[in-house]
Design a protein around this ligand. Structure first.
Ligand SMILES: *[C@@H]1O[C@H](CO)[C@@H](O)[C@H](O)[C@H]1NC(C)=O
Length: 255
């Protein structure tokens, strides 16, 4: 390659990585997942639950509240940290799954949601850039086969969700994690779909810090105790806003 060609190739690479890191909405995250490269067999594993690809997730400041909710669910409530990436993300969000599609934290849905067991989410604040906490964060992720029914929902700002979507898209791409599909025809060569979250880096809330130190311990850390309130820069304990869709209601999980 001549220098200008090398430069062009470099710029293209930088450009596509930038696009990966900053999706602006759900649609882009889905497009990105659809586009994600199929890397075939991965020497590092990923074919089975017992041989997952070990991943580290680098959390950004604005996504920290969503990952902290996930960390609580794994660390304190025993939700799995070995996950299988899933293609049919939307199926998990429907009424038969987590029912995140019902958007139970949204202002327009609050009267209805309160009849179904959901309290008003925290008010917009400085951490959220004055955005409302009305988007439903799901764990296990909707983009995992373990998502859907039984997943917990937490109120989060839309921007935090978008940022998290970009980070997970980057993780899938970086580690070559393929989506598993319920339609067998989609799975040809896409068999590296199991991953294990071993560590969080970056901007961490209290539960993700505790996750790093205690996920492999037999005993739960004090952060998990119902009498111990822990909050990140968002100013509330995410565990106190956890719900599970039990159909037809959202049942409060709490701390
Ligand atoms: C995490 O991302 C930040 C930028 O958001 C970067 O400065 C840092 O080096 C990254 N850390 C790791 C461990 O990748």
């Amino acid at each position: 390659m001549k220098i200008p060609q090398i430069l062009a190739a470099f710029l293209l690479t930088v450009g596509s990585q930038h696009a990966l890191a900053a999706p602006v909405n759900d649609k882009e995250v889905q497009d990105l997942e659809t586009r994600s490269t199929n890397t075939g067999n991965n020497a590092a594993g990923g074919n089975t639950a017992s041989n997952p690809i070990e991943v580290e997730i680098n959390v950004s400041y604005d996504s920290a509240v969503t990952f902290d909710a996930d960390c609580w669910a794994m660390l304190c409530k025993g939700k799995p940290h070995v996950l299988r990436r899933y293609k049919e993300t939307d199926d998990n969000r429907k009424a038969t799954g987590s029912n995140a599609n019902a958007e139970p934290f949204k202002k327009a849905h609050q009267a209805q949601a309160s009849k179904r067991g959901v309290k008003v989410p925290p008010a917009p604040n400085q951490y959220s850039g004055q955005q409302p906490y009305t988007s439903a964060e799901e764990f296990p992720f909707a983009s995992a086969t373990q998502g859907g029914k039984g997943a917990y929902l937490f109120p989060a700002p839309r921007g935090a969700q978008n940022s998290q979507g970009g980070i997970m898209g980057g993780v899938y791409s970086h580690y070559g994690i393929d989506p598993y599909s319920k339609n067998a025809a989609n799975n040809n060569g896409c068999d590296d779909n199991w991953y294990k979250i071993v560590k969080f880096t970056g901007s961490l809330g209290p539960y993700c810090k505790a996750f790093n130190n205690h996920i492999n311990s037999a005993t739960k850390p004090s952060e998990c105790n119902s009498g111990t309130k822990v909050a990140g820069d968002w100013g509330f304990d995410v565990a106190e806003y956890a719900y599970e869709f039990t159909g037809p209601d959202f049942s409060y999980v709490g701390k």
